[in-house]
Write a protein that binds this ligand. Structure first.
Ligand SMILES: [Zn+2]
Length: 278
């Protein structure tokens, strides 16, 4: 090693091999290989992720500079099929927010889940908007379903279209659960008639007033994907919902609304390989 190669050697040691991502948010491409999900929604990663095309029939992906439109092919297919159903129901296009990073994993901002390619956030906005080029979708103004005081749904915004949207989103068999604001769940409990089976999969969570979060089940053939415990057998409109209104909203996240042991934080060892793959 001469005087020129020593600093170069030290640089490579310090920075890792050229082109290898050092953090999950620096991985700009999916890990190569067949699609495999490792771990849980809050502590996982994915190999062979697929990107949601930036737009398609019935949807536009927004905030594309974040590079979080990657997920399991099941998730990509789910979004495209939902968008098409919503379009055929006569509604305007959906804005698709974050799915996951190209290799999944923890994000530097914004989410504790969305790590294994099976979570997706979808905006509630239902007013007809013109199609926009991707660069103009970085700052899309969308409305909250809540009043400004956060104490009830805003009935100048919330409509039957939202009920239809949530029903279409919750009906597919591979939907594990959908996180919504407690007031949205309450309204569904009070107003939906006929088949109410899908309401069980709609669960309250803090926030989620301008978008809902769809969580898909571990797809078949993914033995290293960790499933979340099943939600209760009823429609979730009784005690489980009441808890969200008895406690102060500021402490709503500490309510034992589900299996709290699910908040796993340790990534599977296989994720080291996913992150360091060329
Ligand atoms: Zn989410």
């Amino acid at each position: 090693m001469n005087w020129l190669t020593v600093p170069l050697f030290l640089l490579v040691v310090a920075c890792g091999a050229p082109g290898r991502a050092q953090s999950w948010s620096e991985a700009h491409t999916p890990a190569p290989g067949t699609t495999q999900v490792f771990g849980f929604y809050t502590a996982g990663c994915i190999q062979g992720a697929r990107a949601l095309p930036t737009e398609g029939p019935g949807y536009e992906a927004i905030r594309l500079s974040r590079n979080r439109n990657w997920g399991h092919p099941t998730t990509i297919d789910y979004v495209r099929q939902l968008a098409d159903k919503v379009r055929r129901a006569g509604q305007t296009h959906l804005y698709i927010r974050d799915i996951g990073q190209p290799r999944g994993g923890p994000m530097s901002t914004g989410h504790s889940s969305h790590q294994n390619g099976l979570d997706v956030d979808i905006s509630y906005e239902r007013s007809a908007r013109p199609a926009l080029p991707p660069a103009q979708r970085e700052q899309v103004a969308v409305r909250s379903l809540l009043r400004a005081d956060q104490r009830a749904l805003d009935d100048t915004v919330f409509s039957d279209q939202h009920v239809t949207l949530l029903r279409l989103a919750a009906e597919p068999k591979n939907v594990d659960r959908i996180f919504v604001n407690r007031f949205t769940k309450k309204r569904l409990c009070e107003s939906v008639t006929g088949n109410r089976g899908w309401i069980a999969r709609i669960v309250p969570w803090s926030g989620h007033d301008s978008y809902f979060h769809v969580r898909l089940r571990c797809p078949p053939g993914q033995p290293q994907c960790l499933a979340q415990a099943e939600i209760g057998g009823d429609d979730g409109c009784g005690d489980a919902l009441d808890l969200w209104f008895r406690a102060p909203p500021s402490s709503s996240l500490s309510i034992p609304s589900g299996p709290r042991t699910e908040n796993r934080s340790r990534l599977p060892l296989a994720c080291d390989r996913v992150l360091s793959a060329p």
